[in-house]
Ligand binder design. Structure first.
Ligand code: ATP
Length: 362
C-alpha cells in the first residue's frame, strides 16, 4: 500500500506457555483510515493493538509505522497513542490538568501546553468543563477526557481498545457518531479494537476480522456483509441462514448442489466449488408467501411458521422446512396490516433469488 501508515509483516506473538495469540499477521493500514480489529473474545486483537503501541513485543515479524521499523522503539517514542477501555484519567486533577499532564512530563513549554490543551478540549467538545474533576462527570464525558489526553500529543495513529464498552447503550450510539466525526475532523489514523460487530460496521472504513490469532478477511463493512469469504465471516457479521450443501457439478460461472431442505438448486458462482459447501442467505433477502411462488428461477421451499418476533418496523420470523431446515426471515412490517401478516403455525412458502445466495467453500 503506497500511503500505509502502519504495516504489519508476518507478525506473530507466542506467550510464555505456548499460547499463539497472533499468528503470522500481515496487512497495511492507510493514512487517515478508521480501521477496526474485530473478532470474538480471545482472537488476539488486543495483543495485536498492544504490539502496535509497543506495550507488547512481537515474537517474530515486523511492525513498521510511518515508514520506520519499530523493533527498537519504546511505546513513548512511537507516533502512536492509546486510549484504554478504563479511560485511565487522574481523579484528583481537573480535566485541563489531566489533558496537560502528558505534555508537562515531556517538557513542552507552558504556553504551548496551554494552547494545545485548549485545542484538544475543543476537539472533544469539553472546553466548558475544563475546570471540572473527572468524578463530577458522566461516563461519556470521562471518555472524551481520555480521548483529549491522547489527542493532545498529536499522534499519527490513535489506538483505541474497546473505547465504548464501559458506556450504556444510548451513550454508546452517540459516541459512535462522535468518534466517526472526530476522526474525520482531526485527520489522524484510528485503529479500534472491538468484539462488537455493529460498532465496527458503523464506524470503520475497513475492518480486519480475526479468529484464533489469524486475520480471516479484511474489507469494507459492506464487502464483509455482502461478500464474506467464509462461513465464519458470514456468521460473525450480521445474521445469516447457513445451509449445508453438496456440490453435484460446477462450471466457471455456476454451481449445482443438493442443499439441505431445498433439494437440487443451481446458483451463480465464480471460482472452484466441490464436495461439502455451505450456502448462505441473509434473512432480509427471503420472502414469505402463502402460495407457491410463480416462475421457475426462485429458490423455494415450504414450511411452517415456528416463531414471530415483532420489532416495530420489522418482524423476525422463523420457519421450519423439510429436513429440519430452519430459516430466519426478516419481514418489513406494514403498519396498517399490523405486523408481519403471518402467524405461528401457519403453512407458508419461503423463496428468494439465486443471486442473493452466497456460495461458501471455506
Ligand atoms: P478480548 O476481547 O477477550 O480482550 P482479544 O481478542 O483481545 O480478547 P487477546 O487479549 O489478544 O484477545 O488474547 C489472545 C490470546 O492470548 C488469549 O488466548 C489470551 O488468553 C492470551 N493472552 C493474552 N495476554 C496474555 C499474556 N500476557 N500471557 C499469556 N497469554 C495471554
Amino acid at each position: 500500500m503506497a500511503d500505509a501508515i502502519v504495516s504489519l509483516r508476518n507478525v506473530t506473538k507466542t506467550f510464555p506457555g505456548g499460547v499463539k495469540a497472533v499468528d503470522n499477521v500481515s496487512f497495511d493500514i492507510a493514512q487517515n483510515e478508521f480501521f477496526a480489529l474485530l473478532g470474538p473474545s480471545g482472537c488476539g486483537k488486543t495483543t495485536l493493538l498492544r504490539m502496535i503501541s509497543g506495550l507488547e513485543t512481537p515474537t517474530s515479524g515486523q511492525i513498521i509505522i510511518g515508514g520506520e521499523d519499530m523493533a527498537l522503539t519504546p511505546p513513548n517514542k512511537r507516533p502512536t497513542n492509546m486510549v484504554f477501555q478504563s479511560y485511565a484519567v487522574f481523579p484528583h486533577m481537573t480535566v485541563a490538568e489531566n489533558v496537560a499532564y502528558g505534555l508537562k512530563v515531556t517538557g513542552v513549554p507552558a504556553d504551548e501546553t496551554k494552547r494545545r490543551v485548549a485545542e484538544a478540549l475543543e476537539m472533544v467538545k469539553l472546553t466548558h468543563l475544563a475546570q471540572r474533576k473527572p468524578d463530577q462527570m458522566s461516563g461519556g464525558q470521562r471518555q472524551r477526557v481520555a480521548l483529549a489526553r491522547a489527542l493532545v500529543k498529536r499522534p499519527k495513529v490513535l489506538l483505541l481498545d474497546e473505547p465504548l464498552s464501559a458506556l450504556d447503550a444510548k451513550l454508546r450510539d452517540e459516541m459512535r457518531l462522535e468518534l466517526t466525526r472526530l476522526q474525520e475532523n482531526v485527520g489522524i489514523t484510528f485503529i479500534i479494537v472491538t468484539h462488537d460487530q455493529d460498532e465496527a460496521l458503523s464506524m470503520a472504513s475497513r475492518i480486519a476480522v480475526m479468529d484464533k490469532g489469524a486475520v480471516q478477511q479484511i474489507a469494507t463493512p459492506s464487502e464483509l456483509y455482502e461478500q464474506p469469504t467464509s462461513r465464519f465471516i458470514a456468521d460473525f457479521i450480521g445474521k445469516v441462514n447457513l445451509i449445508n450443501a453438496k456440490v453435484v457439478s460446477s462450471s466457471a460461472s455456476k454451481v449445482v448442489c443438493d442443499a439441505k431442505g431445498l433439494g437440487r438448486i443451481e446458483l451463480p458462482h465464480v471460482g472452484q466449488a466441490q464436495g461439502d459447501i455451505a450456502i448462505a442467505v441473509r434473512p432480509e433477502k427471503l420472502k414469505i408467501s402463502e402460495a407457491q411462488p410463480k416462475g421457475a428461477s426462485a429458490i423455494a421451499t415450504e414450511g411452517k411458521v415456528r416463531d414471530v418476533a415483532y420489532f416495530g418496523d420489522t418482524s423476525h420470523v422463523v420457519v421450519r422446512c423439510k429436513d429440519d431446515l430452519e430459516l430466519a426471515v426478516n419481514v418489513q412490517n406494514d403498519k396498517r396490516a399490523g405486523g408481519a401478516g403471518v402467524e405461528r403455525g401457519q403453512q407458508v412458502w419461503i423463496h428468494w433469488a439465486p443471486e442473493d445466495t452466497l456460495v461458501l467453500t471455506e
